[in-house]
Design a binder for this molecule. Structure first.
Ligand SMILES: *Cc1c(COP(=O)(O)O)cnc(C)c1O
Length: 442
């Protein structure tokens, strides 16, 4: 990196703030609803509540819940409300974490340690994951030495449950499924998958990071939502992100276990440190009190009626978008999304080029691969841009069709290359170098 010295003398508060605001001028415009991932925004009032709660507990540290009884209460109540919402019984127990990835890391670590205690026949632990499972599971496997075994999808892009049955070995400790999966917004056959886990005496995790704060409300609104939560026999843990459709401040997710016995395998305790006996509920040491307070605040501010209203709105907007995209010649929404997240592909134009064209007009659409597709996460904030978005997408698709398949340039070329390189090790190296570069330059 190009080394940089601390400023000799500090700046004034005004100078600091003006620099911060200047640096953000080219950031993605989530408030204007130009982004389709990363920020889940449902209105200024909710944001104000989250910010006020965050600031009120800005300095408090959730590492020691005995020092901050307030945070202990916020965390336990937020986890308890999540558990109730997601089919937990009186024995259910959970904690908050810093996000979906940490919740999944914790669930996999819990499964590994549970197996160490209960399944001595396991020599090299394995978990069974649908191809669409979030990379947080791969990361967990990498960190905790649990080998991932992938199962394919069926025609509706849901995990093929029978393939899970066949993939079980004496080393399998965990099966996972998504509700819904990030790429296509479809729910895996959780009842079947969890049933297979139960028959084989192993654990099952539902990744409801994305759907946890949408699906229960869509169900209450009368939509058909297949069972996915802790009430399903065999489901032993579930994760749900408060900082996604829970609309809390970033740094908040919940992981809930069927029993507190199981949750004990999540906790870490070191008793022999000169610095003191060290118990820690999750992966991190210091835990920002603001994120915990904001999660509690937003859940209580919105209440069930608030979440119902927002889920209804996001789902209706999502249906307008999927109908609108399916009406554009050459574009097609993949599978039948169970929630307000979906992908679309094309048999006529290169969707990566389409993504580039839309980006040139200010729209940020994530690129999927295998097969190439563009991805959309719909929030209530998108209401104001549905029509202009569809109009620009229609015109961009038409422009590409008339151009024909010429040379592909820009990001489209990069995505095309990474997605299709037969040598996946080389693809990984390419992305590693790219990442190295990002964290090198200002
Ligand atoms: C977002 C997401 C995750 C990871 O959550 P982070 O908060 O980004 O760490 C895991 N699973 C699913 C299905 C998700 O949508």
């Amino acid at each position: 990196m190009v080394l940089k010295k601390l400023p000799e003398k500090g700046m004034s508060r005004e100078q600091v703030m003006s620099a911060l605001n200047e640096f953000r001028t080219n950031d993605a415009d989530w408030r204007g609803a130009k982004t389709w991932s990363l920020v889940y925004f449902a209105g200024e009032d909710i944001l104000e509540v989250a910010k006020a709660a965050y600031l009120a507990f800005f300095s408090e540290n959730g590492l020691n819940p005995l020092a901050f009884q307030s945070l202990k209460r916020f965390e336990n109540e937020a986890a308890a409300m999540t558990a109730q919402m997601l089919g937990g019984g009186p024995d259910a127990a959970g904690t908050l974490s810093s996000g979906g990835t940490e919740s999944i890391l914790l669930a996999v670590k819990t499964a590994r340690d549970w197996a160490r205690a209960n399944k001595p026949e396991v020599k090299a632990p394995e978990m069974i994951l649908p191809l669409t499972a979030h990379p947080a599971f791969e990361k967990a496997g990498h960190y905790f030495n649990v080998r991932s075994v992938h199962i394919p999808l069926d025609a509706e892009l849901r995990a093929d449950a029978e393939a899970a049955r066949k993939a079980i070995t004496k080393n399998t400790i965990l099966i996972a499924g998504s509700a819904a999966c990030y790429p296509y917004g479809v729910i895996d056959p959780i009842e079947k998958l969890a049933g297979i886990a139960q028959e084989n005496g192993i654990l099952f995790h539902t990744d409801a990071c994305l759907g946890g704060f949408i699906l229960p409300f869509l169900k209450k609104l009368g939509r058909e939502i297949p069972a996915f939560d802790l009430s399903v026999p065999g489901v032993t843990s579930i994760s749900a992100d408060l900082h996604k459709y829970g609309y809390a401040a970033k740094g908040a997710s919940a992981v809930i276990y069927k029993t507190s016995e199981l949750r004990k395998f999540q906790f870490y305790v070191y008793t022999d440190w000169p610095g003191g006996v060290y118990p820690s509920p999750s992966m991190t040491g210091t835990r920002p009190g603001g994120a915990i307070a904001a999660a509690w605040a937003v859940m209580n501010y919105l209440g069930e009626s608030g979440y119902l209203r927002l889920a209804d709105k996001a789902m209706k907007l999502s249906q307008k978008l999927t109908d609108g995209i399916n009406a554009i010649p050459g574009l097609k929404v993949m599978a039948r999304p169970d929630m307000c997240v979906f992908a679309f592909s094309s048999d006529r134009v290169n969707v990566y080029e389409l993504g580039d064209l839309m980006e040139a007009k200010g729209w940020q659409l994530d690129r999927l691969q295998m097969p190439p597709a563009l991805h959309m996460i719909v929030t209530p904030n998108h209401e104001k841009i549905i029509e202009p978005f569809l109009a620009e997408l229609r015109s961009a698709a038409r422009q590409l069709e008339s151009k024909g398949k010429g040379d592909i340039a820009g990001m489209a070329a990069v995505y095309g290359m990474v997605g299709t390189l037969p040598d996946r090790k080389a693809a990984r190296q390419l992305v590693l170098n790219f990442l190295d570069d990002i964290f090198k330059n200002q």
